[in-house]
Design a protein around this ligand. Structure first.
Ligand code: ADP
Length: 582
């Protein structure tokens, strides 16, 4: 559960981090786009204003170069301007200053210059006038010359600055006279570009101020033409005139796409002589619709998918781990139960074995006396009856005697087996050489050649060790073909931490597969069926050697027969902590 929660939290945190990073990247990209867009728009507006300015400056220069300006020449000179396609330009006019007293003179002068029917219409107030003496319309709407511009402060300001500074001046915005009077829908503010005309010909008049040439421009059309290509659907543009503390909205470009409120609009200033234009560019959704498909949404979906996948994997891992733990616990329980049962069985076995050995010992002990008596009586019978017995009865008596002797051997062996296992060990120094020599001196079941080499003195129980060698040498003699004289050799050599003693013969040998089994009680090897025995002798040997801390093994004698090797640790009797009888 904790693991699942941790995976969920880590995965969600990573997803959010990726989405935030992508969004930041998106915002940066959007900012860059808006900056680029703003730069394009500002360049377009400034470029168009400069173009108008240059056209007008050229026109002023051309007019200044004419010795005497005629209406027809004005029309001819301005014709290229009409053809230059200057969007928003309503027309061009020639303006001259006139004091109140000069009005009629100026009027007749210009009538004489071809402006037929010129009627100067001075504004009521003021003595200085600025008359539009020639007017040419570019937008198809009829105009009549004679208007006095001195009532329009924006125009007056621009004209006087143009004359003073001898350059083209852009006026502050105002509703052009041409548009002010019309009853149609309002045209919105515009501005004029005023260029002073200074005579350059004839030489006598060089540098004399003659008047102004004026270009009327409608703000909306000017702006629309300038930005339509660049702003298009991608941004809204606003052109504001900023002069001193005054701010006048000149025109707006409203795209057919919604402005994106998340991105701040950009403001840039274009300086035109004597005033400034502020261009405001606000990006629309169309400009920012670059995320296709939007990376953050994809990242979010991918994050959710990975989160689910990780959770499923973790859940699977947790479940399989729990299942494995349950299986281990179940297997452990079964194992514990097994061990408990086994221990029970082993304890039971040990009890049974002890009981059996005790029983065998008791039985053997109790049988020994009666058996000895039976044998004794059989011997009496055969001695007393002697030759009086017929052959059959003698045979019966011999068989009974033989069976009694066999039983006696078995009882002796059983007793020996019981003693080997149960008798308390009395450890002392035992001279094996003397022990074996004694045994040899007592003789065996038949004559045999027994070689006894040097043998060590070891710590142990003399009675039990005697039993070991009696069994081994006895077997060596017994398990030799009756046709051959048995040969036995008992030898020793020191080994690491003790002694090794070999008892070897040239007898019938023991098959490899039974070399271990013959140490088990009542086990006899194949091929020994013709030799008497109970299968207890080697079990007794094994147990006694084991209780002395040693080992016994069998190998083949290279010269034919068997070789028994015993090892005994080199310890003094005091050092011996021999296993107790079981
Ligand atoms: P047994 O009373 O039969 O001799 P042992 O326990 O002494 O019982 O020996 C077990 C069996 O091992 C024997 O029956 C015999 O088959 C085999 N065996 C023991 N000693 C020898 C030997 N020296 N050579 C060949 N076989 C032997």
């Amino acid at each position: 559960m904790v693991a699942l929660l941790a995976v969920l939290l880590i995965s969600l945190a990573s997803t959010v981090a990726v989405v935030v990073a992508l969004q930041r990247g998106d915002e940066r990209l959007a900012d860059q786009k808006v900056d680029q867009q703003t730069q394009l728009v500002v360049r377009a507006i400034a470029g168009q204003a400069r173009r108008y300015n240059e056209h007008l400056a050229q026109l002023a220069a051309s007019l200044g170069a004419q010795a005497q300006l005629e209406s027809s020449e004005f029309a001819a000179t301005t014709r290229p301007l009409a053809g230059a396609v200057l969007p928003g330009v309503t027309g061009v006019a020639y303006v001259v200053p006139a004091e109140q007293s000069e009005i009629s003179g100026v009027q007749s002068y210009w009538r004489a210059r071809g402006v037929s029917g010129l009627e100067l219409r001075p504004a009521a107030n003021g003595s200085s006038h600025l008359f539009l003496v020639i007017r040419q319309s570019f937008d198809g709407e009829p105009v009549s010359p004679g208007t006095d511009l001195s009532v329009v402060p924006e125009a007056v300001e621009a004209l006087s600055a143009a004359r003073r500074l001898r350059q083209v001046i852009t006026s502050r915005p105002y509703v052009l006279l041409k548009d002010a009077g019309t009853g149609d829908e309002p045209k919105g503010p515009g501005f004029v570009l005023a260029a002073p005309v200074f005579a350059t010909s004839p030489p006598a008049e060089n540098g004399r101020f003659r008047g102004w040439v004026l270009l009327g421009v409608r703000g909306t059309e000017f702006l629309h033409q300038a930005v339509a290509a660049d702003a298009g659907r991608s941004s809204a543009v606003q052109l504001t005139s900023v002069t001193g503390g005054d701010q006048t909205l000149m025109a707006r470009w409203v795209p057919d796409s919604r402005v994106d409120p998340r991105i701040t609009a950009r403001n840039r200033i274009i300086n035109v002589p004597l005033s400034s234009w502020r261009v405001t560019v606000a990006p629309t959704a169309a400009l920012l619709a670059h995320r296709n498909p939007p990376a953050d949404v994809i990242a979010m979906l991918l994050g959710a998918f990975i989160t689910m996948l990780l959770m499923a994997l973790t859940a699977a891992l947790v479940t399989s781990r729990e299942r494995a733990l349950r299986q281990v616990a179940a297997a452990t329980a079964v194992l514990h139960e097994d061990i408990r049962r086994r221990e029970q069985v082993e304890a039971q076995l040990r009890r049974r074995k002890a009981e059996l050995k005790g029983f065998a010992g008791i039985v053997a002990h109790d049988l020994r006396g009666p058996l000895a008596r039976i044998s004794g009586y059989i011997d009496f019978l055969s001695d007393d009856l002697g030759s009086g017995l017929d052959d059959q009865n003698r045979d019966f008596l011999d068989r009974a005697g033989k069976a009694a002797r066999q039983m006696s051997t078995l009882v002796d062996d059983l007793l020996g087996f019981s003693v080997a296992d149960n008798q308390r060990i009395t450890a002392r120094q035992v001279d094996l050489k003397r022990l074996v020599d004694d045994l040899v001196g007592e003789g065996f079941s038949r004559p045999a050649a027994v070689e006894v080499g040097e043998l060590p003195v070891i710590g142990g129980d003399e009675t039990l060790l005697r039993q070991v060698f009696a069994n081994l040498i006895g077997n060596a003699v017994k398990y030799t073909d009756p046709a051959r004289e048995p040969w036995v050799r008992v030898s020793s050599r020191p080994v690491h931490d003790g002694w090794r003693i070999d008892v070897e013969d040239h007898g019938i040998g023991i098959p490899d597969s039974q070399k271990e089994a013959v140490f088990t009680a009542f086990t006899r090897a194949d091929g020994s069926e013709d030799y008497p025995g109970t299968g207890l002798g080697l079990a007794i040997v094994h147990r006694i050697v084991e209780r002395h801390g040693g080992e016994v093994r069998i190998s083949d004698n290279p010269g034919g027969g068997s070789r028994f090797h015993l090892t005994f640790p080199a310890r003094t009797p005091a050092e011996m902590s021999l296993p107790e009888a079981s």
